[in-house]
Design a protein around this ligand. Structure first.
Ligand SMILES: CC(C)(COP(=O)(O)OP(=O)(O)OC[C@H]1O[C@@H](n2cnc3c(N)ncnc32)[C@H](O)[C@@H]1OP(=O)(O)O)[C@@H](O)C(=O)NCCC(=O)NCCS
Ligand SMILES: [Zn+2]
Length: 197
């Protein structure tokens, strides 16, 4: 079902059996294939292609020229930059199909920089991938990764400020969020509810 509160550009191609939530905008030359589920308040920009086994949460941004193949899931608040590439076949051969597409999970709030290439991995919550990077391994929550292959560069907050834990375990960002590092993982401890990224 397409919400009456969604905007579909007259030159977009939305197949039957697509679900689109209220407030979502689908721009010219986007093609959404039967089965796609798109949440609320998303922005699906020009020249995008979304296969049927793709799920997008709420407030997802899909910039121009991105093709989302079966097996890609983007949770709420995910940003996918222009020209980001995905793969759902790790060992591709023409006419030789895997039983199931390899899956890529983009977790809440993560951002993928322009032209990055994302192998079938999980990109953690509020993680960020630098422009042009090639991501071959799972990315931890709140990690900034860059390069080919992408490597850890720093921890970053939802607000995009870098986190400096020094020798300690705790970090309070100037935006009000508090984080704790434990066994190489960073987690949000508390958040000023008035703060938005
Ligand atoms: C990675 C990024 C967030 C900046 O991170 P940063 O740690 O502040 O990087 P700096 O600008 O301080 O640069 C530090 C080093 O990282 C390198 N670097 C920065 N961005 C890089 C990238 N995308 N890939 C590889 N190396 C990068 C710099 O060249 C520099 O290297 P040096 O120390 O050898 O001189 C930013 O460069 C980026 O790629 N942002 C994504 C932009 C984008 O795609 N936006 C969407 C468009 S709509
Ligand atoms: Zn912050």
């Amino acid at each position: 079902m397409i919400s009456p509160q969604a905007f579909i550009h007259p030159n977009a191609l939305v197949d039957s059996g697509v679900t689109i939530g209220a407030g979502t905008r689908v721009w010219a030359f986007a093609h959404l294939v039967t089965g796609v589920v798109v949440g609320r308040d998303c922005n699906i920009c020009d020249h995008t292609f979304v296969e049927g086994d793709v799920r997008l949460g709420d407030r997802v941004t899909l910039k121009c020229g991105v093709f989302l193949w079966n097996g890609v899931t983007a949770e709420n608040d995910v940003f996918i930059g222009p020209g980001v590439s995905f793969s759902n076949e790790v060992w591709p051969r023409s006419k030789l199909y895997a039983a199931q597409p390899a899956r890529t999970r983009l977790q809440t709030g993560c951002s993928l920089g322009t032209g990055s290439t994302i192998m079938p991995v999980a990109v953690g919550e509020w993680a960020m991938v630098g422009a042009g990077s090639v991501v071959t391994r799972d990315v931890p929550d709140y990690a900034l990764v860059v390069g080919q292959p992408a490597k850890f560069r720093s921890w970053i907050c939802c607000c995009t400020r870098k986190m400096d834990f020094g020798e300690g375990r705790d970090f309070t960002c100037s935006c009000g969020r508090k984080f704790r590092k434990n066994r190489g993982k960073v987690a949000l401890v508390s958040c000023d509810s008035a703060t938005q990224p």
